[in-house]
Ligand binder design. Structure first.
Ligand SMILES: Nc1ncnc2c1ncn2[C@@H]1O[C@H](COP(=O)(O)OP(=O)(O)OP(=O)(O)O)[C@@H](O)[C@H]1O
Ligand SMILES: [Mg+2]
Length: 296
């Protein structure tokens, strides 16, 4: 597999949105989601791409959509570039392996976060209040400890600024008791299945974020699923309670940026070639460990 970097796309299709990492195009009742090789750290998009990162994220999402399809249907239609509209036929080489054709749903405006371990903002809140997003937890937990049960800690999906944590009760007030409970139940069931599977393959999924939508009244999973961009992955061999284990994929980048003296305001500095190569290898390793498949 030769190195392949796609930083931006400019397809002759109406745009649906441009995120930090993905370019999404509107095909009416379907969307074309293209995952580029952009990478962000400390909330800033870095100037360099990570070779093959978009393909790894796409292949992982597709793997998980298949793995979880009996728990909940999802939006995936095809990753075959032959199924893309004629207008983008000339772009097939650029899109191969990194594009998903999906069913456009009516998005539910929550980030459905599930946490199985005490990390990040959850650890900060626990130290102050003994809870995470309002969910009370036993005393005496250490940083990165596994929680007694995975917990559902949704946030709003803010158009601008940071997403705000909300309780399951508030979700239910917005979408109704049944749908709110269905979101929590599906999120936890999918996290449990994936985390159990991943742990056997040497990766801890400490937490993850899912998005859901409605299609013809049916609840489906949308967006990306259980990728390093939407989840906190730790290598089992590097895991230790009481510390913050290294991020499986972004640690080289974060360590180098910390040492570079960068003030964490945009623009971020250019990354050295060995940091880019090491990070690319780490993404590929995540794919191979989790799926047992090589990068395609
Ligand atoms: N099947 C779907 N139907 C409708 N909307 C979808 C579907 N799948 C994903 N989306 C939405 O499409 C957008 C994809 O954009 P993307 O994730 O690249 O950007 P973002 O979430 O706005 O920004 P970022 O993730 O970089 O913070 C998201 O808003 C997501 O909620
Ligand atoms: Mg997103």
């Amino acid at each position: 597999m030769p190195d392949d970097i796609v930083l931006h796309t400019n397809l002759p299709l109406p745009r649906f949105g441009v995120g930090k990492v993905r370019d999404t195009y509107d095909l009416g009742d379907r969307l074309l989601m293209v995952t580029t090789d952009r990478i962000s750290a400390f909330d800033c998009i870095l100037p360099n791409g990570i070779p093959n990162k978009g393909k790894v994220l796409t292949q992982l999402s597709v793997f998980w959509f298949d793995y979880t399809k009996d728990l909940l249907p999802n939006h995936l239609i095809s990753t075959d570039v032959a199924d893309l509209p004629e207008e983008v036929a000339a772009f097939r080489a650029q899109l191969a392996g990194r594009s998903m054709l999906v069913r456009k749903a009516e998005r539910l405006n929550f980030e459905c976060v599930v946490r199985g371990y005490l990390a990040g903002s959850g650890w900060l809140e626990y130290q102050q209040k003994g809870s995470v997003c309002g969910v009370p937890l036993p005393v005496g937990l250490r940083q990165s400890d596994e929680l007694p049960e995975p917990i559902f800690t949704p946030t709003t999906k803010a158009e601008q600024g940071h997403d705000l944590g909300i309780t399951l009760e508030e979700v239910k007030n917005q979408v109704g008791e049944d749908l709110g409970q269905a979101l929590a139940d599906a999120s936890i069931a999918i996290y449990r299945a994936a985390a159990t599977y991943a742990r056997d393959r040497g990766i801890i999924i400490a937490d993850t974020k899912m998005e859901f939508g409605l299609l013809g009244g049916e609840l489906i999973l949308i967006d990306e699923l259980l990728t390093p961009d939407s989840s906190r992955f730790w290598a089992l061999g590097e895991y230790e309670p009481g510390i913050s284990p290294p991020s499986f994929d972004k640690q080289y980048v974060r360590d180098w940026l910390e040492k570079s003296g960068w003030n964490k305001q945009p623009p971020a500095p250019q990354l050295p070639a060995e940091v880019i190569a090491g990070t690319s290898a780490r993404y590929q390793e995540a794919l191979e460990w989790l799926t047992g498949q090589p990068l395609r």
